[in-house]
Design a protein around this ligand. Structure first.
Ligand SMILES: Cc1cc2nc3c(=O)[nH]c(=O)nc-3n(C[C@H](O)[C@H](O)[C@H](O)COP(=O)(O)O)c2cc1C
Length: 411
């Protein structure tokens, strides 16, 4: 069972930055990230995962959305860890393949071969504006672009195959031969190469992908070693993993080479009541205005004019019209319908779990669900999203990991 920790600035709960002990500007400080990295390695996680968007979020005056460059943060974390994989998000829409190839290899060398690339296509209109685009292209075009860019990056890395760094001081020879130009020519990802860094003595960096549209799924099946997905229930997660695996096989890959890691938000403590109290304490601090904007952005739903205290009209036109535009909208609406949630309740649920599998309970209870998912073929592990940082990392390690030690030793 693979377990990575996904680090959002203050934690995955939207109100984590307003908790009594939280320091609002902590994610701008090196000490915060180093504490997270050390705690994750000590707790027994396998890797760290940093997301990224290339803009401020909506209403940056209402909540912290300043963000450091993930690859720089991971490079700093490399210095205080020995074992964790370090996966950082880099967009294929706004970075040249040559830069991506080199930046990832830089992290790879600095970490002794532990770098991973979370491949995203970017989706916010503000990101398009930041790079002078009128808008983001449609999903299919973004993934076509991503396919070109990934092919170019891989060609740059592969351009070093078979070249030995002989480093012969006496003979005055550094490489046994010079790498040839790469000449990779795609519609969106053209490069002459070679990149000025060899992956050797390591293999290529790990490739991860996050996205659930049909295009995203096909892309992941072709390229990804790890898939980060939003899944709220076991049956849906198993169907998703089966789809990824059969698509991978259709691309000629070993389906076992693609590891599917659903996000998991766990509120965990010595008793279920304590865990619930932790969640309740954070939920009380939520700012509804900012959250509704974010919910609209993430789901594509139109929520304007709805009374936050009334049950959500799940069958109504604006909600239904956007029902299938984003898999997360579907998951959240399904939950709202099943539990007859008001808009405020849905927003509170979103603030805590972002649509991911959310568990509230003791370590034994949380570990049992995780084992059930893996046993049922719904996951190869989890991207654990601690609600608060850095404290949530060691809390999860202390409460949950002892119940999974057998399973993790067996892998
Ligand atoms: C769990 C998860 C995490 C994501 N993290 C990021 C991220 O850090 N940065 C980003 O630009 N997009 C991120 N995305 C967005 C996807 O890369 C993709 O652009 C979006 O989900 C739309 O693609 P889809 O329609 O294939 O899902 C994430 C998506 C998922 C499902």
């Amino acid at each position: 069972m693979i377990l990575d920790a996904v680090l959002f600035g203050h934690g995955s709960h939207e109100a984590a930055w307003r908790a009594p002990d939280a320091c609002p500007a902590a994610p701008l400080e090196l000490a915060h990230w180093l504490a997270c990295a050390r705690d994750a390695e000590a707790a027994g996680f396998d890797g760290l995962f940093l997301g990224d968007i290339l803009c401020l979020q909506d209403h940056p005056e209402q909540h912290p959305s300043e963000a450091l460059d993930p690859l720089m943060v991971l490079a700093a974390m490399a210095a205080v860890t020995e074992r964790l994989t370090l996966t950082g998000t880099v967009s294929t829409s706004f970075n040249h393949p040559w830069h991506i190839a080199r930046r990832l290899l830089s992290l790879h060398h600095l970490s002794g071969g532990r770098a991973g690339w979370n491949i995203v296509t970017s989706s916010y209109p503000q990101e398009a504006a930041n790079f002078g685009w009128p808008e983001m292209p449609p999903t299919a075009e973004r993934y076509e672009m991503a396919g070109d860019v990934v092919a170019a990056v891989r060609a740059l890395w592969a351009g070093w195959d078979g070249i030995a760094r002989v480093a012969d001081k006496a003979a005055g020879r550094y490489l046994d031969r010079a790498p040839a130009p790469v000449h990779h020519c795609g519609r969106y990802g053209t490069t002459g190469g070679p990149v000025n860094l060899s992956p050797a003595p390591f293999g290529r960096p790990l490739l991860a992908q996050a996205g659930s549209s049909p295009e995203g799924l096909r892309f992941a099946a072709r390229h990804a070693d790890r898939v980060f997905t939003v899944q709220a229930d076991l049956a849906g997660a198993r169907a998703f993993r089966n789809r990824i695996r059969s698509e991978a096989a259709a691309c000629g890959r070993d389906p076992g080479a693609v590891k599917v890691l659903p996000g998991l938000v766990a509120f965990v403590a010595g008793s279920r009541a304590e865990a619930q109290a932790q969640l309740d304490a954070l939920s009380e601090r939520i700012g509804l205005d900012h959250l509704l904007t974010k919910l609209e952005r993430f789901t594509g739903l139109s929520l304007a004019g709805l009374d936050p205290e009334r049950e959500l009209p799940c069958g109504s036109e604006p909600l239904r019209a956007n029902r299938f535009s984003n898999s997360r909208a579907g998951l959240l609406l399904e939950e709202a319908r099943r539990n007859r949630l008001t808009l405020r309740q849905l927003a509170t649920r979103f603030a805590a779990g972002r649509g991911h599998l959310m568990l509230i309970g003791t370590g034994a209870e949380v570990a049992r669900v995780m084992r059930d998912w893996v046993d049922a073929g719904a996951a190869d592990g989890f991207n654990v999203m601690p609600p608060e940082l850095p404290s949530g990392i060691s809390t999860f390690g202390r409460h949950v990991l002892p119940y999974l030690s057998e399973r993790r030793r067996a892998d």
